[in-house]
Design a protein around this ligand. Structure first.
Ligand SMILES: NC(=O)C1=CN([C@@H]2O[C@H](COP(=O)(O)OP(=O)(O)OC[C@H]3O[C@@H](n4cnc5c(N)ncnc54)[C@H](OP(=O)(O)O)[C@@H]3O)[C@@H](O)[C@H]2O)C=CC1
Ligand SMILES: O=C1O[C@H](COP(=O)(O)O)[C@@H](O)[C@H](O)[C@H]1O
Length: 497
C-alpha cells in the first residue's frame, strides 16, 4: 500500500500557479511560506511560476517585496536562505484583477501565454472569500485560460449551509469538471492525520479491535488558545460549527470510522469517508438540545495574559459560538452504539488537536483488590502539537509484595522517533495540487454530506435565538461540555504533558 502524498521528494509538474487573493492573510502567512519550503527542498519544477492576483495596484517588483517580507516573517529564521528566496522570487509575478470587474483579466491571460511551454499546467488557487469563487471561475473561462489539464483550488469555507455550498459547487462546476477541483481541508495535510490511515491499515493488531465490540467511545478535540483576532468579520458569520466541525472535525471522524479501502487511491479513500458521513445519525431538534453545547468565551487569562471576551473583541454582542461540543453516532455495523464526542473552541486553556479512542474496560476484574483500579485502554493520536501517539495501559507496579496495578503509557513522539520535521500541511497539499493528486482534498459529495449533517444543528440553534453559554478564556470550555460526557458516565481525556 502506498500513500501517494508521501511522494514529497518527487518533483511536481511544471505549473503556472495563479493565487487569486495573493496579497491576503492566507497567501502571505501560509501559501507563500509553503512555496518557499517547497523551493528549499527542490520540489518546485524548473519553469513553475507563481502569479499573485489581487486588486492591489502592485507591479511585479512590489509584489516580490511583499513575498520576501512574508517569507521573512513566517518562516523560522534557521530555515531562511537568501539564495532560495531569490530563486522563489524569480518565479513570482503579480497581476491586478478584480473579481467584480472584467478589467485586468486580459493581463493575466497575457502572462499565462508567456508560459515556458504548452505543457505547463495552469493551477488557479482561489484564496478569496467564497462568494467570489463562482465569479472568478467565470472570468477565467471568459478569457479562455481554462484548459482540460487546469486545476482550481478552493479554500474553505465552502458555503455557509447546504444550499450555498451547492450554489458554489454548481458555479465552479460550470467551468471546471469535478476531477479538476481541489477543495482544501488543511487538516488532511497534517502528518499525524495521514498517519492515522497507516496506523489503522498497515498494522494488524488494531483492526480486529476497531469496532463497537471493543471500543467504548471516541473523542475528537481541536482546541486553540488563539481568539478570533483579525478574522472576526468572517468568524462572526461562521462560528465554530461551520469553521471547524463541518470540515476538520468531521474529516477526522471519517478517518477514524471509515472502512478499509481496497487500496489508498484518489477516489477510494474519499468513497469510504463519504459512507461515514452518510451514516451519521441525523440530528432531530431534541437531539440538538440534548447532544450539543455552544459556548462563547468571556474575558480570562490565556498563556498568562489577560484577554477580552469575544463580544468585546467583536465590539458588539453576538450569538455566534466560539466553542462547540457534541455527541455524534455512526449508524453502521462497525460503530453501532459507539458515541463520537467532538469538541472545538477558541481561547481555551491549551492548543491541542487530538483523537482519543477509549476502549472498553476488561470484562472481569481478576486481580485481588483490583476492582475499579484498571483504567480502560486509551489510544491518543496527537495531531498537534508534538505529533505522535500514546497508548494508555494498565501494568504491574514493579516490586515484591503482590500485584499492584498501575497506569502507564507507551509513547511515540514523532520529533524524537524520527529525525525529521513534519512539513506544514499547506506545503504538502500545495505539492499534491501541483502533482495533480486529489486524494487529500474533499470531493463535492463529501462537502455536501457534511453540510447536510450539520444543517439541522444550525437551524435548531438559530430557532432558539439564545446566546451560547459563556466560558472563561483560558478554560476547557463551558460546564455543559463536561456534563455532556458525565451524563454518559464518561469524561474528556487529555494527554498529560
Ligand atoms: N486566513 C486564514 O488563516 C484562512 C483563510 N481561509 C480562507 O481563505 C480565503 C482568504 O482568506 P484571507 O486570506 O484570510 O482573506 P483576506 O481578506 O486577508 O484576503 C483576501 C484576498 O482576496 C483579495 N480580494 C478581495 N476581493 C477581491 C476581488 N474582488 N477580486 C480579486 N481579489 C480580491 C484581497 O486583495 P485585494 O483586497 O487587494 O483585492 C486579498 O488578497 C477565505 O475564503 C478564507 O475563509 C481558510 C482557512 C484559513
Ligand atoms: O480552518 C481553520 O483552522 C484554524 C486552526 O488550524 P490549526 O492548523 O492551527 O489547528 C482555525 O484557527 C481557523 O479559525 C479555521 O478557519
Amino acid at each position: 500500500m502506498t500513500l501517494p502524498t508521501s511522494e514529497l521528494a518527487t518533483a511536481s509538474s511544471v505549473c503556472d500557479l495563479t493565487v487569486v487573493g495573493g496579497t491576503g492573510d492566507l497567501a502571505l502567512r501560509k501559501l507563500l511560506p509553503a512555496l518557499y519550503q517547497s523551493e528549499r527542498r527542490g520540489n518546485l519544477a524548473p519553469g513553475t511560476r507563481v502569479i499573485g492576483g489581487s486588486r492591489h495596484d502592485l507591479d511585479d517588483a512590489g509584489y516580490r517585496a511583499m513575498v520576501r517580507e512574508a517569507v521573512h516573517t513566517h518562516v523560522p529564521a534557521h530555515e531562511l536562505d537568501e539564495t532560495v528566496i531569490e530563486r522563489l522570487l524569480d518565479r513570482v509575478r503579480h497581476v491586478v484583477v478584480d473579481a467584480d470587474s472584467p478589467e485586468g483579466w486580459d493581463e493575466l491571460h497575457g502572462v499565462l501565454k508567456q508560459a515556458e511551454s504548452d505543457d505547463v499546467v495552469r493551477v488557479f488557487y482561489l484564496a478569496v472569500a467564497p462568494r467570489l469563487f463562482g465569479p472568478i471561475c467565470q472570468r477565467l473561462d471568459d478569457i479562455g485560460v481554462v484548459e482540460p489539464t487546469s486545476r482550481v483550488v478552493l479554500e474553505k469555507p465552502l458555503g455557509t449551509d447546504l444550499a450555498s455550498a451547492r450554489r458554489i459547487n454548481d458555479a465552479v462546476g460550470q467551468v471546471f469538471d469535478e476531477p479538476q477541483i481541489f477543495r482544501i481541508d488543511h487538516y488532511l495535510g497534517k502528518e499525524s492525520v495521514q498517519n492515522l490511515l497507516v496506523t489503522r491499515f498497515a498494522n494488524t493488531f488494531l483492526e480486529p479491535l476497531w469496532n463497537s465490540r471493543w471500543i467504548d467511545h471516541v473523542q475528537i478535540t481541536a482546541a486553540e488558545t488563539l481568539g478570533v483576532g483579525e478574522r472576526s468579520g468572517y468568524y462572526d458569520t461562521s462560528g465554530a460549527l461551520r469553521d471547524m466541525v463541518q470540515n476538520h472535525l468531521l474529516q477526522l471522524l471519517c478517518l477514524v470510522a471509515m472502512e478499509p479501502p481496497t487500496y489508498v487511491g484518489r477516489e477510494t479513500v474519499r468513497d469510504e469517508k463519504l459512507k461515514v458521513l452518510q451514516a451519521l445519525k441525523p440530528m432531530s431538534p431534541e437531539d440538538v438540545d440534548r447532544d450539543t453545547v455552544r459556548g462563547s468565551y468571556a474575558a480570562g487569562v490565556v498563556d498568562g495574559a489577560e484577554v477580552p471576551a469575544y463580544a468585546d473583541e467583536l465590539g458588539r454582542p453576538s450569538q455566534t459560538e466560539t466553542f462547540v461540543a457534541l455527541r455524534a453516532e455512526v449508524q453502521n455495523w462497525r460503530w453501532a452504539g459507539v458515541p463520537f464526542y467532538l469538541r472545538t473552541g477558541k481561547r481555551m486553556d491549551r492548543r491541542t488537536s487530538e483523537i482519543v479512542v477509549v476502549f472498553k474496560a476488561p470484562p472481569h476484574a481478576m486481580f485481588p483488590g483490583s476492582e475499579g483500579a484498571t483504567e480502560p485502554n486509551r489510544l491518543h493520536i496527537r495531531v498537534q502539537p508534538d505529533e505522535g501517539m500514546h497508548l494508555h495501559m494498565t501494568v504491574k507496579e514493579p516490586g515484591p509484595g503482590g500485584i499492584r496495578l498501575r497506569p502507564a503509557t507507551l509513547d511515540l513522539s514523532y520529533a524524537t522517533a524520527f529525525d525529521a520535521v513534519s512539513p506544514e500541511a499547506y506545503e504538502r497539499l500545495l505539492l499534491d495540487v501541483l502533482k495533480g493528486n486529489p486524494t487529500l482534498f474533499m470531493r463535492r459529495d463529501e462537502v455536501e454530506a457534511a453540510w447536510a449533517w450539520v444543517e439541522p444543528v444550525l437551524q435548531r440553534w438559530s430557532s432558539l435565538d439564545e446566546r451560547p453559554d459563556e466560558y472563561p478564556a483560558g478554560s476547557s470550555g463551558p460546564a455543559a461540555a463536561e456534563a455532556l460526557l458525565e451524563r454518559d458516565g464518561r469524561t474528556w481525556q487529555e494527554t498529560d504533558r
